[in-house]
Each structure stands twice: as structure tokens, then as C-alpha cells.
Design a protein around this ligand. Structure first.
Ligand code: MN
Length: 335
């Protein structure tokens, strides 16, 4: 599973203009990898830009000291993008999560390097695939590569990015993807001077009041199925508006619901747009939910996955619950 970087290293070195990007609604892993890789590539004299399709989440400001993160803007970026030598795509899971940037990459025939720890479909659309599904975070893969490149101490922002990537994807070193290696990398980051308490507080202790109000309303209205092993909740557009919360505020809610005693699987159905719902699945470990997400057109890991499901809210709820309950039942019966 360990990636042999020799070939990919020369591909990267041969490129001059490099685009770095990650999935829509970027998380700590995607952003941490981007800032770390950007630091390295710019240091090598590459003409490198980080361009994402979604806004930069403010709690990660410490990864963005010099406004290195840009939001895709057709007017501003088209010319530059048309001359990109390689697009390095981090933590993507599914090329569709690049949104319009995928169309651009295809339009200009830009070679793509997919660096990820999500399982991918058989027919990869990328030029190069560097996938290690055993890695807890894409940041772990990036760490291995960069650690090899630097003969001296790496710049602190690389450690900040890598630590953030692994901390967020392991739920602060708690989830079942946490390994000895995650802790070893954390030790290296701490020994090299990262402010780990500060990073934790910035990421996890800077929620808006609106988010907490929305969370309160959700927790007061949870639904339980399958003898309490499944807990689910719905966020419709009215609820979102009534609390003035934004779309990013719902991140992490499913993890919170999963913490309830007896709950094995938590599901969020979030009405993102009138006829589209973002669905999140989280499992404690007894039930695999990755394939349920895939059966709904989504993807992800065994215990943490998601999908975007088209349809009227009530139809989506019905469809998602039926698929989840059926899968949980059949897994239970086969044990
Ligand atoms: Mn990740």
C-alpha cells in the first residue's frame, strides 16, 4: 500500500505551473495538505496556486497566513488555469467533488495527480493515482513525501497543515482509523514546535452561536429506528433559515449524534438545495455504512461516508432510511 514516490516526484519536478485543489466544502485534511504542499512547491520555485471551489472556512485561518487560498473565479482564473502543467488533487474521494474545476481540467487537458486515502472507483479519470486507503488522512501520505524531500527541518506551516489534517480526519486521534503512525507524526509535529492546543481550539472551539442554536434544535428532535441503533435527523431549509446558520455550520453534527449511548449509526439528511440533499453517515463500527452511501450515488469510508441525493425532501428521507435500515438488518442477520 505504501506509495512509491520516485516516478511521481519526477512528474512534479517537471511541472512548472501547478494547481492544488481539494473537494468542495473542504475539511482540515484537504486544507492542511494544500497549505503544506503549497509551501513546499513555492519553496522549490514552482508557480503554484491553491484554488478551491468553496469558500475558505474561517476557523482554519492559521493555515492561510498570506492569503494563499483562492476561491475559483472564472474571470480571474481561466487564463492561468489554461496553462497549468499539472493539477494535484488532494483528498477528493470523487472527481465530482471538484465541481466546475473538473470541467476546466478536462477542457484544457491538464494532467491530474490524485492523492487520496478514499477508495476510488475502478475506472479512474485521473492521469496518476496515488491512493493509500490505509492512511488515516491524505495528510499522512503528504507527510511521507515531504519528510523525504526536506533534508533539514520542514517549515512550521507544513507541520501545522499535516497535524491539522490528521487531527481532523481522526476526530482528534479517537476514531478507529487512528494508528501508531498518526501518533508518531503528531510527535514529530509537536517536537517541531506546533501549537497543538491553539490548533485544536481554533478548529473545534470557535463555533458560531447560530450553529449551536441549530444543533440544539436538531438534538431536541432526533428520530430513532432499529431499536435505537440508528439515529437520524433532518435539516430543511426552513430550519437553517430560522437559526441563520450557514451550510458549513452543519459539519460535525452527525459525529455528535453518534456519541449517544446505544446509537451505532447516525444519519444526517440536509436539504442543501430545493431538490438536493446532502446525506452523511457515521458508524461506531458495528455496521459498515460506506456501501449504503455508494448505493445512493455517494462514497467514502466504511465508517464515515456521504452522498448527495436528488429528489423532494420526503422522498429522499424515505429512500435513505430504507437503504440504511435494510443494510443494518442484513448485516445483523449475517452475524
Ligand atoms: Mn481525508
Amino acid at each position: 500500500m505504501t506509495i512509491n514516490w520516485t516516478k511521481y516526484h519526477s512528474v512534479i519536478m517537471d511541472a512548472q505551473r501547478i494547481l492544488l485543489t481539494t473537494h468542495e466544502n473542504p475539511d482540515g485534511d484537504g486544507l492542511g495538505c494544500e497549505t503544506a504542499f503549497y509551501e513546499y512547491l513555492s519553496g522549490m520555485g514552482k508557480e503554484c496556486r491553491i484554488i478551491n471551489v468553496s469558500p475558505f472556512p474561517v476557523e482554519y485561518d492559521f493555515l492561510n497566513p498570506d492569503n494563499r487560498f483562492e476561491i475559483y473565479d472564472k474571470e480571474k482564473h481561466t487564463k492561468w488555469l489554461s496553462g497549468v502543467d499539472i493539477a494535484i488533487i488532494l483528498d477528493i474521494g470523487d472527481y465530482k467533488r471538484m465541481d466546475v474545476l473538473w470541467n476546466i481540467v478536462t477542457k484544457y487537458n491538464i494532467p491530474t495527480m490524485n492523492i487520496d486515502h478514499h477508495p476510488h472507483l475502478n475506472h479512474s479519470p485521473f492521469t496518476y493515482d496515488l491512493v493509500n486507503i490505509k492512511a488515516a488522512a491524505t495528510g499522512e501520505i503528504i507527510y511521507d513525501y515531504l519528510k523525504n524531500q526536506y533534508q533539514v527541518k520542514m517549515p512550521i506551516i507544513i507541520y501545522d497543515g499535516i497535524y491539522t489534517a490528521i487531527m481532523t480526519d481522526t476526530g482528534s486521534f479517537r476514531h478507529n482509523n487512528t494508528t501508531v503512525k498518526c501518533h508518531e507524526i503528531a510527535i514529530d509535529c509537536i517536537q517541531n514546535g506546533i501549537d497543538y492546543t491553539g490548533i485544536y481550539q481554533k478548529v473545534y472551539e470557535s463555533h458560531s452561536r447560530n450553529r449551536m442554536e441549530l444543533l440544539g434544535k436538531i438534538l431536541a428532535n432526533l428520530h430513532y429506528e432499529n431499536n435505537g441503533e440508528l439515529a437520524w435527523f433532518v435539516i430543511d431549509q426552513d430550519l437553517l433559515q430560522s437559526t441563520q446558520a450557514n451550510k458549513e455550520d452543519v459539519d460535525g453534527f452527525t459525529d455528535i449524534v453518534r456519541t449517544i449511548r446505544g446509537v451505532e449509526v447516525a444519519v444526517m439528511i440536509f436539504q442543501n438545495e430545493e431538490n438536493f440533499c446532502r446525506v452523511n453517515f457515521r458508524s461506531k463500527g458495528k455496521y459498515v455504512i460506506g456501501h449504503t452511501a455508494r448505493s445512493l450515488g455517494g462514497g467514502g469510508h466504511d465508517m464515515a461516508a456521504g452522498a448527495v441525493v436528488e429528489g423532494k425532501l420526503n422522498e429522499v428521507i424515505e429512500k435513505v432510511l430504507a437503504a440504511t435500515m435494510e443494510s443494518m438488518d442484513s448485516q445483523k442477520n449475517s452475524k
